[in-house]
Design a protein around this ligand. Structure first.
Ligand code: SF4
Ligand code: SF4
Length: 358
């Protein structure tokens, strides 16, 4: 089991594809240090083996080192998922001596001006490169993450080359998942089928060329898929997410499903109790809840019926088959939305405004 600890929604970047919710949780709503320490210890007791510190930008929390040390004390493998902004010669050594074991740095592009434009942050590329170099200098394994979309997809080869030059052990190439803020920018982000085909070829040949040297993970897009992804590897199977204000969620977009109640760590139940017995974690766990066509489908224990949040967003019913599946009655509409948005000439983004995030 893994705990995804969303320490904050605050972030110096303004990525138009950010999948965090439209209504962000404010700094004053965030769990305090003592509450996180309790959560980390309870998560280890519940069977978690890994913790991913993420956000927003987790480095904006000044207590990150304390939380990493607590995770190490509970024998949790800790991973920092960061934009790289703020990962400097003061923070990284402190995190390493607290027990941090892995770092993932996200990049928007391999070219300076485009990286600045796509992240909404000045001189982002050189700051991220400095952070990635520092991670390797301190001997930590490094993953470089690229979120790909219509405005950078043709540069995938250059982005892979950048990750190699930074001595990454793993590259994650993830198509935009259209949740939260990303949905607002869908028409400026979604690639065409031809662009995706080209990307598939680039990734496949890089995997062959770099076998044994570097791992390349690929997150396929939903809008032109034939089968859905196994979202979170199944609802309530391996992962729990804790939001900045303490909600315990089976996936980080689960709050978007209207009418569902989620427990909060502030209300007294332990992580183990919530994991085992809460209505929210049991609602879509396993296969018993499934309707046709998933119920009798041979794939049901491979993809677990896809994404509940996407099913809700596109059909109004979270128990329906994910429309990314060709067997869903809503699949053709999903394809049409993808094709229509991909053919739009829109290039302008709607950026988040983080001012007032107190
Ligand atoms: S996607 Fe961009 S804006 Fe959103 S949390 Fe990550 S770095 Fe920040
Ligand atoms: S019908 Fe359901 S279980 Fe079968 S492939 Fe589609 S989403 Fe997966």
């Amino acid at each position: 089991m893994a705990l995804i600890a969303e320490l904050t929604h605050r972030c110096p970047m303004r990525c138009p594809y950010c999948s965090n919710p439209i209504e962000l949780q404010r700094a004053r709503q965030e769990l305090g240090t003592d509450q996180w320490l309790r959560v980390i210890s309870q998560a280890a007791d519940a069977g978690c083996m890994q913790i991913h510190f993420t956000g927003g930008e987790p480095l904006v929390r000044r207590d990150l080192e304390t939380l990493v040390a607590a995770a190490a004390e509970c024998s949790l493998y800790s991973n920092l998922i960061t934009s790289g902004i703020g990962l400097d010669r003061t923070r990284l050594p402190a995190l390493v001596s607290s027990g941090l074991e892995h770092v993932q740095v996200s990049f928007q592009h391999s070219e300076r001006d485009l990286a600045e434009h796509l992240g909404g942050y000045r001189d982002a590329l050189s700051k991220k490169m400095a952070a990635a170099n520092l991670v390797r200098e301190y001997g930590l394994p490094l993953t470089i993450n690229f979120v790909v979309h219509r405005q950078n997809i043709r540069h995938a080869s250059d982005m892979i080359a950048l990750a190699i030059s930074l001595d990454a052990q793993r590259i994650e190439i993830a198509n935009v998942q259209f949740y939260g803020w990303a949905l607002r920018n869908r028409s400026a982000l979604i690639p065409t089928r031809d662009e995706l085909k080209e990307l598939d070829e680039i990734v496949s040949s890089a995997r062959i060329r770099l076998r044994g040297e570097i791992t390349i993970d690929y997150v396929a897009p939903d809008y032109y898929a034939e089968r859905p992804k196994a979202c979170m590897d199944g609802w309530g199977r391996r992962t729990l997410v804790i939001s900045p204000s303490g909600y315990v969620l089976p996936c980080h977009a689960a709050h978007s499903i209207a009418g569902m109640h989620f427990e909060n760590v502030r209300d007294g139940a332990t992580i183990a109790e919530i994991w085992k017995s809460s209505q929210s974690f049991n609602q879509y766990r396993g296969t018993e809840w499934m309707l046709e066509p998933c119920r009798s489908c041979d794939h049901r224990e491979r993809d677990w019926g896809g994404c509940r949040c996407q099913a809700f967003a596109l059909t109004g019913d979270a128990a329906k088959t994910d429309p990314a599946c060709a067997l869903s009655a809503h699949h053709a509409r999903l394809n049409q939305i993808g094709e229509k948005d991909a053919s739009s000439q829109t290039a302008a983004f709607v950026y988040r405004q983080f001012s007032g995030m107190r």
